[in-house]
Design a protein around this ligand. Structure first.
Ligand code: ZN
Ligand code: ZN
Length: 297
């Protein structure tokens, strides 16, 4: 497998994960990954409890700064008396792990939040920021009651419209995360996958064209596979449309919330990306994009 970076994952700094950052780093190292990026939840004003999905960048950076000299080759000091060497000698297992550790956030979009997120982006030395639409009409589609009021198609249409409005309001982000995320939560669709392009082609094309025009990336989120969709988010048909429209820049992430889910589904994702004609993916360091080739086996 030539995908060696997982650029979307969470740890206990996100409310919905119990994994420590160190557990995530050790697992990534054991899998042979070259780099990861923590994208903890920053879903400001998330209902029903505002504050429930807001990671504290200070705390996140503090832990990343502790882990980097121990595991990240870019931060290891060649001095034998350094912290890194000491850690290795105290714990031989640590010395074998070598993973670049990125500092990111997953920004949950809502129409009133862009200024707040822009300030945050200026204040902290992030490597990478993802833009995510998690809500539809201020409600979380994870909950089945959200789907009771209107038809499936109406709700999903609203979701894409809100995403399109929000990405045009937000300036400071690097990749658009899991574009068709909402289809994971359609109640009673265990056996069939909702075909977003069949019903919402125009708005999805507008979103993709905007991403391309702005020089941003589209995320390929392999969690769709473990959520039973059999393909990443967005779907292969949306990835093909992105290619047809001239889209080339993609980031790749598992959206792991546990060590076991890191890089899960990457080999299937890699095969699909090659079929769609992608030859590289993008990683970020200090918000600067770097292309990594996807090699045919
Ligand atoms: Zn997300
Ligand atoms: Zn996530």
């Amino acid at each position: 497998m030539s995908i060696l970076h997982d650029f979307h994952m969470h740890s206990s700094f996100s409310t919905d994960s119990e994994a420590t950052m160190e557990q995530m780093v050790l697992r990534a190292g054991a899998l042979g990954l070259k780099g990861i990026c923590f994208t903890e939840h920053m879903d400001a004003d998330f209902p029903p409890e505002p504050g429930s999905f807001e990671a504290d960048p200070a705390e996140v950076l503090k832990e990343i700064s502790r882990l980097r000299p121990l595991y990240d080759p870019r931060f290891a000091s060649p001095d034998p008396s350094s912290a890194a060497s000491c850690a290795c000698s105290r714990n031989p297992g640590r010395g074998r792990v070598s993973v670049e550790i990125g500092f990111g956030l997953e920004l949950g979009m809502q129409s009133h939040l862009p200024a707040r997120y822009e300030k945050l982006a200026q204040e902290w030395p992030f490597d990478f920021l993802t833009a995510s639409q998690h809500l539809v009409g201020k409600a979380d589609p994870y909950y089945p009651e959200v789907w009771k009021e209107r038809s499936e198609k109406e709700i999903i249409s609203c979701y894409y419209e809100e995403m399109y409005d929000n990405i045009r309001k937000m300036k400071d982000w690097d990749t658009l995360s899991h574009l068709d995320y909402i289809i994971r939560y359609i109640p009673g669709r265990q056996d069939s996958v909702y075909d977003s392009l069949a019903f919402h082609r125009e708005i999805i094309a507008a979103i993709l064209e905007y991403v391309i025009r702005q020089g941003k990336c589209l995320e390929v989120n392999s969690a769709g596979i473990r959520h039973g969709l059999g393909q990443p988010n967005p779907s292969s048909s949306i990835l093909m449309l992105y290619r047809d429209l001239g889209g080339e820049q993609i980031t790749i992430g598992s959206d792991a919330h546990t060590p076991e889910d890191i890089a899960l589904g990457f080999s299937g994702t890699e095969k699909l990306l090659l079929e769609c004609g992608f030859r590289a993916y993008t990683v970020f360091q200090g918000r600067i994009p770097v292309e990594v080739p996807i090699l045919r086996e």
